[in-house]
Design a protein around this ligand. Sequence first.
Ligand SMILES: Cc1cc2nc3c(=O)[nH]c(=O)nc-3n(C[C@H](O)[C@H](O)[C@H](O)COP(=O)(O)OP(=O)(O)OC[C@H]3O[C@@H](n4cnc5c(N)ncnc54)[C@H](O)[C@@H]3O)c2cc1C
Length: 333
Amino acid sequence: MDNELQLFRDSAQRLFRNEVLPHYDQWERAGITPRSLWILLGDNGLLCVDLPTELGGSGVPLAYSQVVIDEVGQLGMAALATNMVVHSDIVAHYVLHYGNVAQKQQWLPKMASGAAVGAIAMTEPGAGSDLQGMRTSAVRNDAGWLINGSKTFITNGQHADLVIVAAKSDPKQGGKGISLFLVDTTLPGFERGRNLEKIGLHSGDTSELFFNDLQLGADALLGELNQGLSLGEREVLLDLRSGHGVDLGGPVLAQGADHLVGGVAAHEGDRLTEPASQGQQLQGGGTDAGGGELGKDDDCGHGSSPCAWGRPVRRDRGRRGSRRAGLRRSRRR
Ligand SMILES: Cc1cc2nc3c(=O)[nH]c(=O)nc-3n(C[C@H](O)[C@H](O)[C@H](O)COP(=O)(O)OP(=O)(O)OC[C@H]3O[C@@H](n4cnc5c(N)ncnc54)[C@H](O)[C@@H]3O)c2cc1C
């Protein structure tokens, strides 16, 4: 590890140890972290750290983002690590890689500062691993897109300001007719359900979400129409047991994920009638739906360990922006 990265790690560790860890048990008991935590993390340059500087990040390599999650994991704050991975390493990267200029400018600086929390909503009560079973619909109208449906197990669901929602935009195309939409959670028709109880990862905010005639503009489409699964099939490999390629306090993470997945499987297992289909994301397997091998794909940036939630393929890998070794304490919101 180079000196600059080590300094960054030390600085991150100090903040987590002094300002976050003392409260963590209380948050675990409460079943949620306070919204203000995101601002604290943003103010200290610990969110979306590898985004370009013009979009609110520090323009540093992905290793810096990994170090942040690693430190959270080392301190045993597995739920927080999961929340941060979803926000910084999945949602922000979807917007960065598939968003247009306006979408990036609208959301990424706010995500880096903690002013906006990100979530990604794919799983439904009847569509977990096999996203083709998805029922949430996106119907085109004069104003843009009308979204109806529900999602479950959505990390950051209670605090989210931005949710990337996967919805069927062309039911005739089956699994190929799925698109991704940027949903601003202040819009009418967006509703948060329960923050689900788990046997682990208690303060990990994992929620139901509902969309009732939620009207989106045409500009809410993320990436190409009907390409949702091909955008996602490499990226969203929902293996929460694998721990993001770093030590998230594995047993705690595994406990929470196994319990939930087992519970869902018990209720929904009768729909698992086919072998892994296109766009299907399997738990704990080490093989992705796009045919790649987890852990061997260094595009995902997580070295030799399998991904927790994967990430969009980095097309700018190797970019070296202006590195900042220390934490940014005065980032603007
Ligand atoms: C803590 C936590 C946070 C989460 N956060 C999010 C989130 O932010 N956003 C989101 O969209 N989802 C989220 N999820 C949901 C998670 O991604 C799903 O639980 C996962 O996709 C599996 O879906 P399922 O639970 O319906 O299980 P099922 O699809 O019912 O699968 C159950 C088991 O059967 C296996 N299986 C399924 N199909 C096949 C097959 N054809 N062949 C062989 N084996 C098969 C699976 O690998 C799994 O082991 C979260 C889950 C947890 C536990």
